[in-house]
Design a protein around this ligand. Structure first.
Ligand SMILES: [Zn+2]
Length: 165
């Protein structure tokens, strides 16, 4: 299992590099990320969370019912105006859940681990939320960046402790 990086690790704040080589090394990383996501009971896991600064994430919003989605070099092609607020957690912020407001529907264009381009049209619910949460990680963003300054202030003690570990 891969080691999941926690808040305070600088790799979580870097924008991941675009993936250009789709080789066995990449596919091994994908496999290990999926295993780690399952082991940690996560809905998604982004490469920066395991110390790899790449535009790569894996998502399972179905609780293991469907094969995980491998999301490489994702780009949103649609965000709905309509938003919803829901609790989100993050493997890199253990013990913290925050109410995050995001568009309800999104469409995304991405590549799989073989470089094939695919589209996810009008995703909603947990999948839409996971697509946005994981893509945030690829841009160096985390759920704490979505909350009000007051909420962040209330969290600052916890975050400081986390960053010092
Ligand atoms: Zn996360």
């Amino acid at each position: 299992m891969l080691d999941v990086r926690v808040y305070g690790d600088p790799v979580l704040r870097k924008r991941g590099a675009v993936v250009t080589v789709f080789d066995d090394k990449l596919r091994l990383l994908v496999k290990e990320m999926i295993e780690t996501m399952v082991e940690e009971d996560g809905v998604g896991l982004a490469a920066p969370q395991v110390g790899e600064s790449l535009q790569l994430a894996v998502i399972d919003a179905t609780g293991g019912e469907k094969p995980p989605i491998v999301l490489i070099n994702p780009e949103f092609t649609y965000h709905s105006e309509e938003t919803a607020t829901n609790e989100e957690g993050c493997l890199s912020l253990p013990g913290i859940t925050l109410k995050v407001t995001r568009p309800v529907f999104v469409s995304v264009k991405a590549q799989d681990e073989f470089g094939n381009v695919f589209n996810i049209e009008n995703a909603d619910g947990l999948l839409a939320r996971a697509l946005q949460h994981e893509t945030d990680h690829l841009n160096g963003l985390m759920i704490v960046d979505h909350v009000s300054p007051l909420q962040r202030k209330m969290l600052s003690g916890k975050l400081k402790k986390m960053a010092e570990r």
